[in-house]
Design a protein around this ligand. Structure first.
Ligand code: NAD
Length: 353
């Protein structure tokens, strides 16, 4: 039995990068999805490249607008709710902290408030980030954060997501005694179809597709790289388990193993090999960006023991899948071909081996 076949899913942020991958996965498994987002965040976008609006119940609205969100969610009577809509960029959060807090904190409260009293709902999965943990100044945590570690955050984005965690906990304890509400934490996601600003791979494909070198500010920065299919599988497994047997944990880390924590320079040089042509990178001649946590690793053993989840796709394969996807896009493949390619990547890599 396919758990998702005919299942009603309410998905916020469906027009975004991760939302588009999750939507494609759900549609492939025959779920009935209503997506709720405030628009299409980038141009181009995965959502438009795959013509996803035609395959789901596409609702346009702001998560800060409680009455519109509530009407959309409650009239649909979903069984599963995934909340991904957010202002997801650290740099943008320094530029506009108020919108970041309003969207990420009150947006999460509004999603949970809209679920109150709705009998159809069996599980709520709230997507946060690996950046929700408190890091004392000047310290590093190579062994990885555990879910029970203190929440914190320095920049407005990280703090807003830590607040979203607290809001989720408060709603769970106050209003949803028997309904699973689970927060899931992952970060530094790569994959085809991301055109956000100020992210390494989107910046690279924008540069390479116009025959420009990529400028990199911090080639030595180490990050935990992970293909989007891995955390998406984690979100799916979390919802399934929560709906079927009422998962006993309330937060899960979905990070890659330590060997996937490698410097930006190594990632971009591998990506250049996969991309081919004359792709090049150079050191950026600009000021250091606003403070951002340097090294972050997660201990994902709880997801392994409760869900049987682990990262399946190594960095090399992640970069190959990503380069294959963008090359197909820039070679002008049709949306049907791009949809098939996305589905093939999910089918080949998305199901635990
Ligand atoms: N991509 C990553 O590396 C990464 C890492 C950690 C966590 N996350 C989290 O995953 C989620 C999705 O991120 P993404 O990379 O796909 O971002 P994205 O920018 O591609 O997508 C964001 C989505 O949220 C929607 N949205 C933004 N503001 C909204 C509002 N006020 N009302 C309604 N919809 C709104 C956008 O329309 C879009 O659909 C976010 O919660 C983000 O914080 C992403």
């Amino acid at each position: 039995m396919n758990f998702w076949d005919g299942r009603k899913v309410f998905l916020t942020g469906h027009t975004g990068f991760k939302g588009g991958w999750l939507l494609t996965w759900l549609l492939l498994n025959k779920a009935k999805v209503r997506g709720y987002s405030d628009g299409i965040p980038t141009q181009p976008s995965l959502f438009e490249a795959l013509k996803l609006a035609q395959s789901c119940d596409h609702a346009e609205g702001d998560v800060r607008d409680l009455s519109k969100l509530k009407a959309s969610l409650q009239s649909f009577e979903p069984e599963i709710v995934f909340h991904l809509a957010a202002q997801p960029l650290v740099r943008e959060s320094y530029r506009d902290p108020i919108t970041t807090f309003a969207t990420n904190v009150m947006g999460t409260a509004n999603v949970l408030e809209s679920c109150r009293g709705l009998k159809s709902i069996k599980a709520i999965v709230i997507i946060t980030t690996d950046k929700v943990y408190e890091i004392a100044e000047g310290t590093q945590t190579p062994a990885g954060f555990k879910e029970s570690d203190t929440l914190g955050g320095h920049d407005p984005y990280s703090t807003s997501k830590a607040c979203a965690e607290l809001v989720s906990k408060s709603y769970r304890l106050s209003f949803f005694e028997s309904l699973p509400v689970v927060t899931v934490r992952a970060g530094n996601i790569i994959g085809g179809g991301d055109w956000s600003s100020d992210r390494l791979i989107p910046d690279a494909v924008r540069a390479f597709s116009s025959n420009e070198p990529l400028s990199i500010r911090n080639p030595a920065s180490v990050r935990p790289w992970q293909h989007v299919i891995d955390p998406i599988r984690g979100y799916i497994m979390t919802a399934e388990k929560a709906a079927q047997s009422g998962l006993k944990v309330h937060a899960l880390n979905l990070g890659p193993p330590l060997k996937q924590c490698i410097p930006v320079k190594q990632v971009i040089e591998t990506f250049i090999q996969k991309w081919g042509a004359d792709a090049k990178w150079q050191l950026a001649n600009e000021e250091a960006p606003p403070k951002e946590t340097n090294i972050l690793t997660l201990d994902s053993s709880l997801a392994a023991s409760t869900l049987g989840w682990k990262t399946e796709i190594g960095v090399e394969d992640s970069l190959k899948l990503t380069a294959d996807w963008y090359k197909a896009f820039y070679q002008g493949q049709t949306s049907t071909r791009l949809r098939e390619l996305t589905e093939t990547q999910i089918q080949n890599w998305g199901f635990a081996k």
